[in-house]
Ligand binder design. Structure first.
Ligand code: MN
Length: 427
């Protein structure tokens, strides 16, 4: 499919992230105004809350954009998602009727004037471990090469339940956490700021349809329930993790924060970029098999902006097609017990790593546990994140003469509190 031309000129730039082929959904505000639902088009945002207030773009009988989240819209289901997107492409398209153009033109807000917020009210969050390259790297470091891949790995997508309450939007500062650290040898653990704070490059799948209590969904059904995807940085304290994770998995090491990009790139926009998961060593049980390719070809990169540096420095480059399990497989597995998923749940893919050294999606892998510090283009090296470093993640699928971009997922790491229990400090 070629670039879909728009009368919003900036949406036609070949290297722009938000052409009509994309149309990602977000929540924004301007100055001190209320939060509103918006759609990115070129360098603008179409204020769909305003359009709905004016009686234009009515999606259903009741108002769905009155609350500043996409949850109400998502709950209407895939047929409405498709219809709404086609309608937007028509009224923003180069051949739109003048009356539609006029109404939409008056609802455009420059992205430069907008502050972005969480696009959905996130209900539950589970983080998967679905990239085998990453699992082998981390497993080798934590348990040695013989025990790198757990025996269940090739049969099911491993995950832990994380916290929705600490999911924040891109641009939110992250405070370095305190926790229990255990040095090698016989010394007892100590309570201190994490010394091995890390990022994880992931994709978050946003669940747009619920499943029934007691009833699992198939992989094919799961795919129809996924509304879209965001970039996800699963901040991870490796030193807290190595001490706490056995036998129940990560807890405080992964709870500090998860940062997501503000724009939900819809599953519909990603259709031209479908690709299969990696070749399998063993056949999956039928309930986890993909009936068709369910990954997407999405180029991903991580950059770091150390405090005082002029521009972000590239740290890693990889692609979502490196995954061993797709989001629909993760979602199907998530419901096998009968535990329902809800509109607004998010599933983390797991750290996305390629097989080459520069394609690893976390510093613990890039620096191989701190043994091989990563060079920053002559501006020092990093084994782990240092105070005031900013981590930037970007992603885009490359179409024929256009991009489907994810925008940015940005977070700066602030120094730990001198005393986390002091009650006079303000974040
Ligand atoms: Mn993770």
């Amino acid at each position: 499919m070629p670039l879909l031309k728009s009368w919003v000129e900036s949406a036609n730039a070949p290297d722009g992230q938000f052409p009509l082929n994309n149309l990602p959904y977000g929540v924004f505000s301007t100055e001190n105004g209320p939060r509103r639902c918006g759609v990115a088009v070129g360098d603008s945002i179409l204020d769909v809350t305003a359009l709905e207030e004016r009686g234009y773009l009515n999606v259903c009988e009741t108002r769905v954009f009155a609350a500043p989240s996409w949850n109400a819209f998502m709950s209407l289901g895939p047929e409405t998602w498709r219809r709404f997107r086609s309608h937007l492409q028509a009224v923003l398209g180069a051949r739109a009727a003048q009356a539609d153009r006029d109404v939409c033109f008056n609802a455009l807000v420059p992205q430069a004037d907008a502050t972005m917020h969480l696009p959905v009210e996130i209900r539950g969050y589970a983080d998967f471990y679905g990239c085998k390259n990453h699992a082998i790297n981390v497993g080798t470091m934590f348990r040695g090469p013989e025990n790198a891949l757990p025996s269940n790995y090739l049969h099911l997508p491993i995950a832990y339940n994380g916290r929705a309450s600490s999911i924040v939007v891109s641009g939110t500062d992250i405070r370095r956490p305190w926790g229990q650290l255990k040095d090698p040898g016989g010394a007892p653990p100590r309570f201190a700021p994490s010394e091995r704070f890390d990022f994880e490059l992931e994709l978050g799948a946003i669940v747009g349809q619920p499943s029934k209590f007691g009833k699992p969904v198939t992989v094919a059904e799961a795919e129809t329930m996924i509304f879209g995807y965001v970039l996800l940085n699963d901040w991870s304290a490796r030193d807290i993790q190595t001490w706490e994770y056995q036998p129940l998995g990560p807890f405080q090491s992964k709870a500090t924060a998860n940062t997501i990009s503000p724009w939900i790139v819809t599953s519909l926009a990603l259709q031209p970029f479908r690709t299969s998961t990696q070749p399998r060593e063993v056949q999956l049980l039928p309930h986890l098999q993909e009936p068709l390719p369910m990954l997407f070809d999405i180029d991903l990169e991580v950059l770091m902006l150390p405090s005082g540096a002029g521009e972000p420095l590239p740290v890693a480059r990889t692609n979502y097609k490196e995954m061993y399990y797709s989001a629909p497989q993760n979602l199907a597995h998530h419901t096998t017990s009968g535990c329902p998923v809800e509109v607004g749940d998010m599933l983390g893919s797991g750290t996305i790593s390629g097989t080459e050294p520069g394609s690893r999606g976390s510093l613990v892998e890039l620096s191989w546990g701190g043994k091989e510090p990563v060079g920053l283009n002559g501006v020092g090296t990093r084994s782990f994140i240092e105070d005031n470093d900013t981590i930037i993640m970007r992603g885009a699928s490359r179409g024929d003469g256009y991009l489907v971009g994810f925008g940015e997922c940005v977070g700066k790491v602030l120094p730990a509190y001198a005393d986390p229990y002091a009650r006079d400090e303000v974040l």
